[in-house]
Design a protein around this ligand. Structure first.
Ligand code: FES
Length: 339
């Protein structure tokens, strides 16, 4: 007899605190994978729409944020460089396959349709990202793709039996068996209905992705900006800090008034000042403040020289954008972007 039924017997059939605790524990076990499933599903849908709405993603090799540039940047160090060569032969096809693959995996995971297949797709995507963009990250546990790969494992093992299309189809198949339908018929019905649901969800995903791509943000990729004159607005005041706040080897943070991006004003050697963008040239993460003469990007481990912005360690291939800095008395003032 279970702990809960024992307790119910003691309380004369009325559930006591022990019954409720046992029921809560059973409920928590049943839905233990739901938070992980929601997180992975939402993250993959978000990542896919982010790629599809970003004009830089499908831009050519001249744009550091493009699929081509990022693939080229990691190719030399990747253990699957031969596969990256194939991807670089058909970059648009592969870039779209990655984005739409993420969308299909995200929707399948969120709705719990063919949960194990979706989890396998997610695991394969993260495996390929780990073997490419995260491969040079040291130590290995800072590469987030390995963590995602591990996060897919429980869903791969358990599937998505609760609050899901899979769960609904399984319950209906059970009812069909009870009604005496042949096993072959039950299986075919589940497969056909699962296929119809997959086509419907895939179509909705394709439509969403295509609309996102068409009406996406930042429609002008790098190097193809409009030549129309910009509307004239008063120039915002140049940001400045006191020189005393920037120690030798240290930095102070200001904002680029044009973009709102954080910029580090650095003093790499006594009396020598420079200013570097905090936006990593690999995939746009924010790099950490300079430490030991370098700026570190926590996303995939790139390192940049704090005196010049040059790449010390990839996968980034382009230096951090540099600004001019002028010193007037005790004030350090951020100037225009140099590179
Ligand atoms: S965004 Fe990838 S290393 Fe910085």
């Amino acid at each position: 007899m279970s702990e809960a039924s024992n307790s119910a017997a003691v309380h004369g059939g009325v559930p006591g605190p022990a019954d409720r605790a046992a029921w809560l524990r059973a409920l928590a076990s049943r839905y233990a994978l739901l938070p992980l499933r929601l997180f992975l599903g939402v993250t993959f849908v978000y990542a896919a729409l982010d790629k599809l709405s970003d004009a830089h993603y499908l831009a050519g090799a001249g744009d550091p944020a493009s699929f081509v540039s990022q693939t080229q940047a990691v190719r030399a160090d990747s253990p699957i460089s031969f596969l990256l060569g194939v991807a670089l032969d058909h970059p648009t096809l592969f870039a779209l396959a990655v984005a739409f693959g993420e969308l299909a995996v995200g929707l399948g995971t969120l709705l719990g349709l063919w949960g194990r297949v979706s989890a396998l797709g997610g695991a394969l995507l993260n495996l390929s990202l780990w073997l490419t963009v995260s491969w040079s990250v040291s130590p290995y546990y800072l590469g987030n793709d390995l963590g995602y790969l591990m996060a897919w494992t429980p869903l791969l093992l358990a599937g998505t039996p609760y609050l899901s299309v899979d769960g609904y189809l399984a319950r209906r198949a059970e009812r069909d068996r009870v009604r005496g339908l042949k096993e072959e018929h039950v299986r075919r019905r589940s497969l056909v209905d699962g296929g119809i649901a997959a086509v419907a969800i895939g179509g909705a995903g394709l439509l969403t992705g295509s609309l996102t791509r068409t009406f996406g943000r930042d429609k002008q990729p790098a190097g193809k900006q409009s030549t129309a004159p910009a509307p004239t607005t008063p120039a915002p005041a140049a940001p400045s800090v006191s020189a005393a706040s920037v120690a030798v080897g240290g930095s102070a943070q200001v904002k680029d008034p044009a973009t709102g991006d954080a910029v580090y004003i650095v003093q790499p050697k006594a009396g020598q000042y420079c200013a570097l963008s905090s936006v990593c040239t690999h995939s746009g993460c924010a790099v950490d403040a300079p430490k030991n003469g370098q700026l570190y990007c926590p996303c995939h481990g790139s390192r940049f020289d704090a005196a010049t912005g040059a790449v010390v360690n990839g996968p980034a291939v382009k230096p951090l954008p540099k600004y001019t800095v002028s010193k007037d008395g005790d004030r350090l003032t951020l100037g225009p972007l140099q590179s």
